[in-house]
Design a protein around this ligand. Structure first.
Ligand SMILES: *Cc1c(COP(=O)(O)O)cnc(C)c1O
Length: 387
């Protein structure tokens, strides 16, 4: 009997359907240009929107922290794993987001999958957007609360579903910037419903922080609704260019989570180096607003160039989806663009729906206008050829 047969069969099936995932190995630091298979490529897929993974001053500061505090934290946050670098970063995050307190988790994934089950239990309801990130979905699955999925960013559908369950307490949770389509949550609508019906509101700012709002503070700044969401979570691994996740809110929230969130309690905390890198990156977002502005200009420029070439794209965020449709075609287009030196992946089922495969371009503050114009030209040409 072959114990591995079922896995082999399933992998073969995935290959047949053009859904097999392969790892691409990068041979340099993550920046606007990377080395891949020995060649220089224009990186149009990274979440390092402000190009902070390879920023000199951040690296120097992190290197100093490495030499002073060492490679690991040696314990969970509640035992020996909290250094002054952890608490300083939490203070900086709380200030940046205009909240009383912040709590750092090991990843954004760990934050969502730990926070949601801690906040909502038996007899309560979680209202979750149909296009929320996998980590929110996992958090909902781990909670003993009932999860109700509402239509993507549809506040009328959300209200209808709330009214079907009168008097129930719970949480409304949504991505701030949706991770595949790059669209922005209807925050005014969501907060109004949460406040009207006595539910907590929670926004995941993984792709919003450092990207939207006049100074890159995210969704509340974008809508001029500072302080109106109950719970803000996010990641240190995207625009901030490091690793880790966080949650911001009133002190009562962070104190509660320190006592209740399993992914916070039962995991060794991040290294002091990760804390130092994120703290320096936050300082740079504040002291050098040109990065966020350049990113926002790049988004407008790139969408404009693609539109000029007849492609129907629209985005106000660093994520610019270009719908293709068939999985096989998206794969071919992406391969051809890679061949020409543009690193743009095809996104396929199950990350998006079947037959809704797309190219997902992600922009950086340090892409030049010329590079983006050239990329737009290549994308339009290859889509035309592969049509
Ligand atoms: C990437 C992402 C996360 C997970 O954050 P990590 O720090 O990468 O684990 C959570 N939510 C959303 C919306 C994301 O895009």
């Amino acid at each position: 009997m072959d114990k591995w047969k079922r896995m082999g069969d399933e992998l073969y099936q995935l290959q047949e359907k053009h859904l097999y995932r392969r790892i691409k190995v990068i041979e340099s630091a993550q920046s606007a240009h990377v080395r891949y298979q020995g060649r220089d490529m224009l990186m149009l897929a990274s979440n390092s929107y402000l190009d902070f993974c390879d920023e000199e001053r951040i690296k120097e500061y992190a290197a100093k922290a490495l030499m002073e505090y060492g490679t690991g934290s040696g314990g969970s946050r509640l035992t020996t794993g909290t250094t002054v670098l952890h608490t300083r970063l939490e203070e900086a995050l709380a200030r940046f987001k205009g909240r009383e307190a912040a709590l750092v988790f090991n990843t954004g994934f760990a934050a969502n999958s730990g926070v949601i089950p801690a906040l909502c239990g038996e007899g309560e309801i979680i209202y979750s957007d149909a296009k929320n990130h996998a980590s929110i979905i996992d958090g909902c699955r781990q909670s003993k609360a009932e999860t109700v999925i509402y239509r993507h960013n549809d506040m009328a559908d959300l209200e209808k579903k709330i009214l079907e369950r009168p008097g129930k307490s719970g949480l409304i949770v949504s991505d701030g910037v949706f991770s595949m389509d790059g669209d922005i949550v209807d925050l005014p609508g969501l907060v109004k419903l949460a406040d009207t019906y006595g539910l907590l509101s929670m926004i995941d700012e993984a792709h919003a922080t450092g990207v939207i709002g006049a100074t890159g503070r995210g969704c509340e700044e974008y809508y001029h609704m500072e302080g109106r969401t109950d719970i803000l979570m996010g990641t240190l691994s995207k625009a901030i260019g490091g690793e880790g996740g966080y949650v911001c809110g009133p002190c009562i929230l962070t104190e509660y989570l320190k006592n209740k969130a399993r992914s916070y309690i039962f995991s060794t905390s991040l290294s002091p180096v990760a804390m130092a890198a994120a703290a320096r990156a936050l300082e740079l977002i504040e002291s050098e607003p040109w990065r966020v502005h350049r990113l926002q200009e790049n988004i407008k420029w790139f969408c404009h160039k693609l539109q000029e070439l007849g492609l129907n794209v629209r985005s106000e965020t660093a994520i610019v989806p270009i719908l293709i449709g068939e999985e096989e075609k998206a794969e071919r287009i992406s391969d051809e663009l890679m061949e020409r030196g543009f690193f743009i992946p095809a996104i396929r089922y199950p990350t998006v729906g079947k037959g809704e495969a797309m190219l997902r371009a992600a922009l950086m503050a340090t892409h030049t206008k010329e590079e983006l114009a050239e990329a737009a030209g290549a994308i339009a040409e290859v889509i035309c050829h592969c049509g």
